[in-house]
Design a protein around this ligand. Sequence first.
Ligand SMILES: [Zn+2]
Length: 158
Amino acid sequence: MAVKTKTQKQVNTLISDLQPLEQSPVQSVLTKDQIETENFKLEELEFTDKIPNELLPNAQKLLQNLQILRSILKRPVKIIPGGGYRSQETNAKVKGAKESKHLLCQASDIRVEGLTPHQVHETIEKLISEGKMSEGGLGLYSTFVHYDVRGERARWNG
Ligand SMILES: [Zn+2]
């Protein structure tokens, strides 16, 4: 039996009956399960301020990178009080930089038990150079190390 060909009119009708392609769905809010890693809880970034939903993807990227450091060092990596996400108000109180990556939930100030900040700093630098941690901001301070996932290289001593 010959395949019945459709007329252009029928084709046009079929086309007009098609549902339009779905618009890309509204970006759904990341869940805690998607953000938290084996050793890091979301609350560890929230000392004073709750992280707004739109910044949760930054929290996810940050914790994924800190988890890599944690897994390599096999020691707890502690985010110091105020060393996670900061609202504008909190940042002003602690005299943080105006463009601080803590405002974007991209930054962490960390300490690792049993290691000097210098050693932690060196380890992160090595992991970045090997492509194992994301490039970003790395600051060495006397009592902690600042690491952020801004995506571009920045280095300083506090
Ligand atoms: Zn910092």
